[in-house]
Every structure is written in structure tokens, then in C-alpha cells.
Design a protein around this ligand. Structure first.
Ligand SMILES: C[S@@+](CC[C@H](N)C(=O)[O-])C[C@H]1O[C@@H](n2cnc3c(N)ncnc32)[C@H](O)[C@@H]1O
Length: 318
């Protein structure tokens, strides 16, 4: 912990884990990966048997001119499944995959073999902004929680008399001022500095369309489903402990503010907007019993909850 001010805060970073240790995404099953195997029982509860990338592509067609897009940058593409699905739908896309993990970048090359794609192994926070101007669409799926987060901040963070030389804190304060973020109500709070700086970089480069998604700390469940789906959002980024690293849920309202400041319009919602669940009697029984009666039921409960815990933003430059 650092105590330059009277508070004990720290910068959570997943960089060492991603660069040196990561050799599977199995421990942090993303919604995208969970839906990828055609035989997964998760697809049986959907109104259509399909994969995450196909559902997403079809949904984006409602808001973005997907058929006219060509140069797509995907940051943190994991196993490359989302991009493979996008290429199935639109073979004229030319993806550039940027990833901090050497292991995952190799997996992306395998998944996208035969397609005209380029690859960059780098921390997106260090990517040269000049390299971004050529893209029509940026995709950041289920990864912003991996970016650095300042944790355990308190009200002293806002006190001018306790200003510190720590560049992370200074940049975080500047972001609060620049984007007029509401001050957190909690005494101790966490701040998604990396996610905000990543989006700021994308917006400043003027990429006309952006899709991003992540586990949200502001997620809600529609009233009519609250009896069967339980999502407890704290409003401030929460720690999610995973193998070898911690990540943090994302305060989507701050990201929206950044995008609006750069003249983007936003569409925001839960994954459930584009991954259609068929709420049959059987599924309701599984949800009410909270998956107690078997591993498959437990997996289904977790998945349906995730469809509401994860939020997306679709951003379009006006
Ligand atoms: C949880 S995985 C999500 C993978 C994929 N998008 C999915 O939905 O299945 C996070 C991804 O972000 C990448 N990543 C994490 N931090 C990064 C950074 N600073 N720059 C670039 N990629 C990063 C990881 O290596 C990984 O590919």
C-alpha cells in the first residue's frame, strides 16, 4: 500500500499476470467463451442456438453500418472467438488484434487462421494513439476490468491540501475534474483509471464506432425478473478475485460521460438485450432453486445472472 497521503490506496495491475503467467481463460469463463461451444447446455435456454459474436454482430447492425465497416481493432480479444464470428458474418472486415498476453495472441492467430488479420502484442495503454486513427470500429469485450484500478481511495483524494506527487492519483483527479464525475458516496472507493484512460484514448483518436462491455457495478435487473435473478450492484467498482489476479467491475456511467464529452452518442444496456433468453417454466424453476439441483443448473443460473451483470456501451461519433 502507498501512504503518500493519509490514505492507504494502491494501484491494482494485472499486467504481470497477463504477460508472464496467463495460460488459460478457463478460470474466468467469459460470456463470449461460455457460449462458443455449439454443444454447451447454455445455448438450450436461449431463444436461438447461436454464439456470442453472432448475436452481437446482428444486434450491432441495428445501430451501426456494419456492412460498410472494414478496419476493426479488437483490444483484448481472448481466444479470438468474437472476431471469428464477426468474420463469419462479414468477410470484408480487416481486424487488428491488440493484446498484452503473448499466450492469447497466439490463440487468436490459431482461431483466425486463413483470415487477413494483423496482430500487435502490447499493453493498450501504451499503444501509440496515432496508430488508431485508421479504424472504423473498436471492440473491447469483457476486458476493461483487467485495466489498472486505484483501490481504497477515500475523501482525502479530493482534498487540495493532501495533493500528492503520485502520477496515478494526479491523473485520476484530473479525470474527475475534466469529466465532472460525481463524487462516490462511499467512504472507501475504487476508481477504474485504466478503463477510463483507454476509452479516452479511443475517443480522442476519433474512431467513429466503439463497442465495449464489462461486468458493471451499476447493473440492474428489470422489475419483473427481480424475483428470479439476483444482482446486487454497489455503484462503486468491486473486486473480483480470479486465478493469479484481481480485476474490478466497471462504473459504466463514468465511461459514458467520457464518450459524451468527445461528442459520441451512447446506447447502454445488459447483455440480455441481445442474448435472448427463453424464460420457460423449467428455466424459472432452475432460477428459483438457484441451481441447487445440479452442476448444469448452477452453470445456467450463473450465466443468466451474468446476462444482467454485464453491460455494454455502443458509441457513435456524431
Ligand atoms: C477476460 S479476457 C476477455 C477476452 C475476450 N474479449 C472475451 O470476451 O472472451 C481479457 C482480455 O484482455 C486482454 N488484456 C488485459 N489487459 C490488457 C491491456 N492492458 N492491453 C491489451 N490487452 C489486455 C487479456 O490478455 C485478454 O485477452
Amino acid at each position: 500500500m502507498i501512504s503518500l497521503m493519509k490514505m492507504d490506496y494502491k494501484l491494482n495491475s494485472t499486467k504481470t499476470y497477463h504477460v508472464n503467467e496467463l495460460n488459460t481463460l478457463g478460470w474466468e469463463l467469459t460470456v463470449c467463451n461460455a457460449l462458443y461451444p455449439p454443444q454447451t447446455p447454455l445455448r438450450k435456454i436461449l431463444a436461438r442456438n447461436d454464439s456470442y459474436g453472432h448475436f452481437l454482430y446482428d444486434y450491432l447492425c441495428r445501430f451501426l453500418p456494419m456492412e460498410n465497416l472494414r478496419n476493426v481493432i479488437e483490444i483484448g480479444g481472448g481466444y479470438g472467438y468474437l472476431m471469428k464470428d464477426f468474420l463469419d458474418r462479414n468477410g470484408s472486415l480487416r481486424p487488428c488484434m491488440v493484446d498484452i498476453s503473448p499466450f492469447l495472441l497466439e490463440r487468436q492467430k490459431e482461431t483466425l487462421e486463413g483470415y487477413e488479420a494483423s496482430y500487435r502484442r502490447e499493453d493498450f495503454l501504451e499503444t501509440d494513439p496515432a496508430a488508431l486513427t485508421a479504424f472504423d470500429l473498436a471492440v473491447l469485450n469483457e476486458n476493461l476490468g483487467d485495466f489498472p484500478t486505484l483501490i481504497n481511495l477515500n475523501e482525502e483524494f479530493f482534498d487540495p491540501s493532501s495533493r500528492t506527487a503520485d502520477p496515478n492519483v494526479r491523473r485520476a483527479l484530473a479525470l474527475f475534474e475534466r469529466y465532472h464525475f460525481n463524487r462516490p458516496e462511499k467512504r472507501l472507493f475504487n476508481f477504474n483509471i485504466g478503463a477510463i484512460e483507454a476509452l479516452e484514448k479511443i475517443c480522442a483518436s476519433g474512431i467513429p464506432h466503439v463497442y465495449l462491455s464489462e461486468h458493471s457495478c451499476e447493473a440492474t435487473v428489470p422489475r419483473h425478473l427481480q424475483a428470479v435473478i439476483h444482482v446486487d450492484s454497489q455503484g462503486s467498482p468491486e473486486r473480483i478475485s480470479l486465478k493469479g489476479h484481481d480485476e474490478y467491475s466497471i462504473k459504466m456511467s463514468y465511461l459514458e460521460k467520457v464518450a459524451h464529452a468527445f461528442g459520441y452518442t451512447s446506447v447502454r444496456g445488459p447483455f440480455a438485450d441481445f442474448i435472448p433468453v427463453a424464460f420457460t417454466d423449467r428455466l424459472r424453476v432452475i432460477l428459483v432453486s438457484q441451481g441447487r439441483y445440479g452442476d448444469e443448473d448452477e452453470m445456467i443460473c450463473q450465466f443468466v445472472e451474468d446476462l444482467y451483470k454485464y453491460e455494454y456501451l455502443i458509441l457513435t461519433k456524431e
